[in-house]
Design a protein. Structure first.
Length: 352
């Protein structure tokens, strides 16, 4: 992978991102990082932004659009959290709309979750699902986790009054029946079971190992159950075991490669590389397990592959990278071209 130099300040950093090799180019119709002659590792695929991206055209839909106009097209307003389930459905927690938008590739339909009843949402931020299709959503205004079944019907709320004050990130370890909820205001991670019983807490406010300063997002590695927390205002990633025991950390505030300014989303690919979204740098940095910078990609803007105030992210089982591009009101999708991707290409070529 590609490793860069050092920024002098934030303005210089953004400028460099716009003109440097890591800004990406269109090669044979593709936008890739890094530049040749280095081997491409990241490829831009496309975006999701409105119901048109998922719904099949029909006579009824066409007539509705013709009569009511383009306003019938539902779209993202301020996407934050994102999750992709095992069947490829894309769930987006939109803090601007106050709803969850579901891009359902299985049924070729677009669903809005959290409109009414006991499952109504106000400001959803984090989202995840389990193997049965249950959907878990954090609401930062209602201070609870809202749980729906696979048919989007409300099941229960998690977090009694006073338990949560600003739940944001959420991740599930289904094997251990543990739901990890990041509370940004309380500077803690609360761990519940799927029924909503609180099991234990991780951390408190501070700067020492295992302490937090406005944590936001979370990722759980299914291979070893490690918990990765974005400790946003401590400008670092902290890693714990499943029981909340501190393992290690990396990161610091700054404008150099490998440093952070406003880190938000976090995820891992199939090879264990750690991806961090930085809303100030408008890019994604990739690290190894020792916290060493390997590559960064994307830059500030509204063109293909660019980002503007990115937030949450998710990496699916095929190493597709989904990033909530808030100001551009879309989800950017990239592909990590690693061992799994290349193996799939070889397998596909063998069938042809």
């Amino acid at each position: 992978m590609y490793q860069g130099g050092i920024y002098k300040n934030l303005i210089t950093a953004i400028s460099l991102l716009l003109v440097s090799g890591c800004a990406g180019i269109k090669t044979e119709g593709e936008l890739v990082w890094p530049l040749p002659p280095d081997e491409p590792k990241i490829r831009y695929i496309g975006t999701l932004s409105t119901s048109r991206d998922i719904e099949k055209e029909s006579i009824g839909k066409t007539l509705k659009t013709a009569v009511l106009g383009a306003d019938v097209i539902e779209g993202l307003r301020k996407p934050y959290g994102i999750h992709v389930d095992k069947d490829g459905r894309v769930y987006v927690a939109d803090t601007g709309l106050g709803k969850v938008l579901i891009f359902d590739y299985v049924a070729n339909k677009f669903v809005i979750l959290g409109n009414e009843g006991s499952g109504v949402l106000t400001k959803p931020a984090g989202i995840t699902t389990d193997s049965t299709g249950r959907i878990f959503v954090t609401d930062t205004v209602q201070n609870r986790v809202v749980v729906y079944d696979k048919d989007t019907k409300f099941i229960l709320g998690i977090g009694k009054k006073g338990d949560l004050e600003q739940p944001v990130g959420i991740a599930l370890n289904e094997k251990l029946d543990r739901l990890y909820v990041v509370d940004t205001k309380l500077n803690k991670i609360f761990v519940f079971n799927a029924k909503g019983d609180k099991l234990f807490e991780i951390g408190k406010r501070g700067t020492n190992d295992g302490e937090f300063n406005y944590p936001t997002n979370i990722f759980i590695d299914k291979k070893d159950d490690k918990v990765y927390i974005m400790d946003t205002m401590n400008f670092r990633v902290q890693i714990f075991d499943a029981d909340g025991k501190f393992i290690k950390k990396f990161g610091e505030v700054g404008t150099s490669y490998g440093q952070f300014s406003k880190p938000k989303g976090i995820a891992l690919d199939s090879e264990g590389h750690i991806y961090v979204v930085d809303a100030a740098f408008n890019n994604i940095q990739i690290f190894d397990q020792e916290g060493r910078i390997l590559l960064f990609f994307a830059n500030m803007g509204n063109k293909a592959g660019e980002l503007w105030l990115p937030a949450g992210m998710f990496i699916d089982e095929d190493d597709k990278i989904y990033v909530a591009d808030q100001y551009n009101r879309r989800i950017n999708i990239y592909q990590y071209m690693g061992e799994k991707y290349n193996a799939q290409k070889v397998k596909a070529a063998g069938k042809n």
